[in-house]
Design a protein around this ligand. Structure first.
Ligand code: ADP
Length: 329
């Protein structure tokens, strides 16, 4: 393979730039040319494609966001969209693609591979909700940001004997809440993967203040419900403490990536290039027990594929990711 491209797709995550940089530098060292595709699959179809040399990724390793921009482009799930993208890849002489994104983006990579353009997926999202990897690029940074914010909330919470509900991101996954909650010493952590009772939380709050605690921090994953709704239900269940809600929001998506995110992004980016160099596509790179692993994106469960086709043509997730699994290993 002489010429490859790289794109970021779906939600952005800190560390994506480090992955792009690694793809570019590794590919050049392997004698390949690299093109950047702006705005994910939308930019592929629009031909928003430009050559990246080594200098183009200078000073990018520590920058948040993605300098290739990201976009959602549902049309790529349709054959017409894919063929339009392939036309552009042919025009630029691109033979393989590295796709940095989530589950949806992986499906796009699978389709490209089926059409004869090997594509490799890298897990980029703060939510840590992608199958085939213990950790995603961006998760460590998002948790670090959340912990920093909760530490600050704790200061003010203690000064006023307040109860704080802190809503964190994660879509349907509780990983950010779980890790940030443990690391910040939260009193309660509520995640979508585990049932809880509001009455128990009300009791925890009461007992804590009776014992002389001067604050109570509850970390709630957005996949459970909004912080505002949680507060309403807590009051309905009998909480009489001085309650406040803080929604951390998009600060969790930005900022300089942590060392860990930079390193796993760099390792994964380099591995993606090695795979394309060897003509391998339709796989996603992950990290398992600190080692890089690759899994077929689509196939049978026995093959270790991330997704399988149901008899009715629907897509089934094999071994869905569960929040906190890696904590209990
Ligand atoms: P994420 O990659 O973070 O899961 P999305 O689900 O929004 O985010 O997917 C990102 C993009 O990947 C979509 O906007 C679309 O361009 C492409 N995509 C999603 N699903 C498919 C699919 N089934 N086939 C081909 N491309 C897809």
């Amino acid at each position: 393979m002489k010429r490859i491209a790289v794109l970021t797709s779906g939600g952005d995550a800190p560390g994506m730039n480090a992955a792009i940089r690694a793809v570019v530098r590794k590919a050049i060292s392997e004698g390949m040319e690299v093109y950047g595709i702006n705005y994910g699959y939308a930019g592929m179809v629009a031909g928003d494609i430009h050559k990246l040399d080594s200098a183009a990724v200078g000073d990018k390793v520590g920058r948040g966001g993605t300098f290739l921009y990201s976009a959602r482009y549902p049309e790529f799930a349709q054959l017409e969209g894919q063929l339009a993208g392939i036309e552009q890849l042919k025009k630029f002489g691109i033979e393989g693609v590295v796709v940095i994104g989530g589950d949806g983006s992986y499906h796009g990579a699978m389709r490209l591979t089926e059409h004869g353009f090997p594509a490799v997926g890298l897990p980029g999202t703060i939510d840590n909700d992608i199958v085939g990897t213990d950790y995603t690029i961006g998760f460590d940074t998002a948790v670090t940001t959340a912990v920093d914010a909760i530490d600050k909330i704790r200061d003010t919470s203690s000064s006023h004997h307040r109860t704080f509900i802190v809503e964190v991101m994660g879509r349907n996954a509780g990983d950010i809440a779980l890790w940030a909650g443990i690391a910040s010493g939260a009193d309660d952590i509520c995640i979508p993967e585990k049932e809880f009772k509001f009455e128990n939380i009300v009791n925890n709050i009461k007992k804590g203040y009776e014992k002389g605690k001067n604050h109570h921090i509850i970390v709630v994953a957005e996949g459970v419900m909004s912080g505002a709704e949680f507060a309403k239900k807590l009051k309905e269940a009998g909480d009489d403490s001085d309650l406040r809600v803080s929604v951390l929001g998009h600060i969790q998506r930005g900022g300089q990536p942590t060392v860990r995110d930079r390193v796993i992004a760099s390792r994964m980016g380099a591995r993606a290039v090695e795979l394309l160099r060897d003509g391998i596509g339709g796989v996603a790179v992950g990290i398992h027990n600190e080692e890089l692993v690759e899994s077929p994106i689509l196939g049978t469960e026995e093959e270790g594929a991330l997704f399988s086709l149901n008899e009715d043509g629907g897509i089934k997730v094999n071994n869905p990711h569960k929040a906190g699994e890696e904590l209990y290993k």
